[in-house]
Design a binder for this molecule. Sequence first.
Ligand code: 5GP
Length: 179
Amino acid sequence: MEEKPAAPPRIRVLISEDQIRERVGELGRQIRADYGDRPIYLIAILKGACIFLSDLARAIPGPVRFDFMGISSYGRGKTSSGEVKVTKDLDLSLEGADVLIVEDIVDTGVTLTYLAHVLQQRRPRSIQIAALLDKPSRRLRPVQVRYVGFTIPDEFVVGFGLDFADDYRNLRDVCVIEE
Ligand code: 5GP
């Protein structure tokens, strides 16, 4: 018997492109007000944070530099396994810099706890975190996220840079895949 093709997944918009644009604009203005006229070093984690970074960098008036770091948490799928390693390092020196880590989503907090520890050893002037999304109900490690775009419930989201098995990153909204 011929196999039926799998039905395409149903996708529900959780946060729209317009809501994201407005909130990123607010964050950009707030961040500049907090840092005065000092240069801000945005450090984005590949690949999910790239789209948030490109919008946030343009929403912050004044001097901004950015660089990328690759991090992999061992294991695949919808949860992080708790172990993290650096797969691509920065080109910029962070000594004396005001560093703002740019993350797509904070879930258990394992990734950011590790990254903040790694970057702290490079003797920046300050380190803060900006995350587009926060799922506080899933936290395993305490993380101070200074700038949060949206707090969301415990649902697996895709779009605006976030993937499922490397798909869906190009969706313009943050979406939930219905099971
Ligand atoms: P944490 O270390 O805080 O548990 O995980 C952070 C990373 O897990 C994020 O940068 C992201 O790559 C992934 N992650 C956590 N929750 C989600 C989610 O709902 N959707 C997607 N696509 N990735 C997620």
